[in-house]
Design a protein around this ligand. Structure first.
Ligand code: HEC
Length: 142
């Protein structure tokens, strides 16, 4: 009986932590990203790209997974690596929709730390190369 209660408490605690992380990521998105990317991830094309139904496509092309962390708005955000990982995972969960490739993994804090530290200097060139590939696969970029 006691172990059942302990197991229940453990489950509730784990659920609570998961829900808190999700709420924290939503708030971090609101405070740090929403001004440009808008509440529903619709952005303001062509100046700010749409994340909704589109951001997941990056995970299917070489270099795309790295890019989502290394793009300046993400990499330079005043968030620690775990917080940025949580915001990117929130974006994927909330906005990627049908663009999310089957079996794509969430980001972990360690991966985000390594990618932040190794960002290419010419990220614009990286984006242009990725955009060309996305357009080839999925049509118009926005
Ligand atoms: C000042 C406006 C601005 C803010 C704030 C901002 N972004 Fe962005 N974001 C952009 C622009 C513009 C791009 C397109 C690439 C570029 O020019 O840097 C972009 C691109 C991206 C992309 C890649 C999508 C693509 O199609 O290139 C991701 C992922 C992203 N931002 C995440 C974030 C996250 C996470 C935050 C908050 C922590 C954030 N951004 C804050 C403007 C912003």
């Amino acid at each position: 009986m006691r172990s059942t209660i302990e197991a229940c408490v453990a489950v509730f605690l784990a659920l609570g932590i998961a829900l808190t992380a999700q709420a924290g990521a939503r708030l971090d998105y609101t405070l740090n990203c929403m001004g440009c990317h808008r509440a529903g991830g619709e952005g303001a094309p062509p100046d700010v790209p749409r994340l909704r139904d589109r951001v997941g496509y990056y995970l299917e092309i070489p270099g795309g997974r790295e890019y989502l962390v290394q793009v300046p708005g993400a990499r330079q955000a005043p968030l620690d690596d775990a917080e940025l990982a949580a915001v990117l995972n929130f974006i994927l969960d909330e906005f990627a929709g049908g663009s999310m490739p089957a079996g794509a993994n969430h980001y972990a804090a360690e991966e985000v730390a390594a990618l932040r530290a190794s960002a290419p200097t010419d990220i614009d060139a990286v984006r242009r190369r990725l955009e060309a590939e996305l357009e080839r696969r999925h049509g118009a970029a926005y």
